[in-house]
Design a protein around this ligand. Structure first.
Ligand code: VGL
Ligand code: ZN
Length: 201
């Protein structure tokens, strides 16, 4: 039986792209590649999930209220919108996280859709076993999401050509990738997905 797959694109929002409040260097460079993955999943009628960081104006996540971050991804502001180059099909399932003014949340497993369904609920309903994950940032939300999803018994493929890290310390992204792999994630690229070569990165 074919294992059912889904694509999960994390936080490709203006504030996480260069010029944004928490811009990931070259974060926007991965968008054309993400769009290619989206096309493939779309063609194969596989679900596409996207997360967005979606904060209230006042939250303990921001420095002013006790957290560590400058204000970013405030609900219904330009910084919180998806990058204009990201091409989301109509059927994309949008999951929001970070709405609780008292809590930090970095993992897609803490995100919910318009009906307050969590990612894990939705994966179960769709019968998905295998999650392909890309987006921003490798060393934060992508890492936390991948690890959480793995812990819940799903398989994870990391889209090596469709992630970008913050690298507060230069080795952060590499460490994050190593950590995800240690937990059981596999690394793939578009090329190795399309050519079905046995050898992925
Ligand atoms: C995130 C920084 C601040 C993330 C959220 O989800 O990666 N990073 N808020
Ligand atoms: Zn945030």
């Amino acid at each position: 039986m074919k294992v059912k797959k889904a694509l999960l694109i994390v936080d490709v929002q203006n504030d996480f792209c260069p010029a944004g409040a928490l811009g990931v260097p070259e974060g926007d460079k991965i968008i054309p590649r993400i769009n290619q993955y989206i096309k493939i999943f779309s063609k194969n009628k596989l679900p596409i999930f996207v997360t967005r960081d979606w904060h209230p104006k006042k939250t303990a996540h921001f420095k002013r209220f006790g957290g560590i971050w400058p204000p970013h991804c405030i609900q219904n502001t330009k910084g919180a919108y998806f990058h204009p180059k990201l091409k989301l099909p109509r059927k994309t399932i949008i999951l929001s996280k970070g709405m609780d003014p008292k809590k930090d949340s970095y993992s897609a497993c803490q995100a919910e859709d318009v009906n307050s369904m969590s990612l894990l609920d939705l994966l179960k309903i769709f019968g998905i076993k295998d999650i392909y994950i890309g987006g921003l940032a490798t060393d934060y939300c992508v890492k936390y999401s991948a690890v959480d999803i793995l812990k819940n018994g799903f398989k994870v493929k990391v889209l090596m050509d469709a992630i970008k890290g913050v690298n507060l310390k230069p080795e952060d992204s590499e460490d994050a990738i190593r950590g995800m792999v240690r937990m059981g994630a596999k690394k793939i690229t578009l090329e190795c997905l399309l050519t079905r070569r046995k050898k992925c990165p």
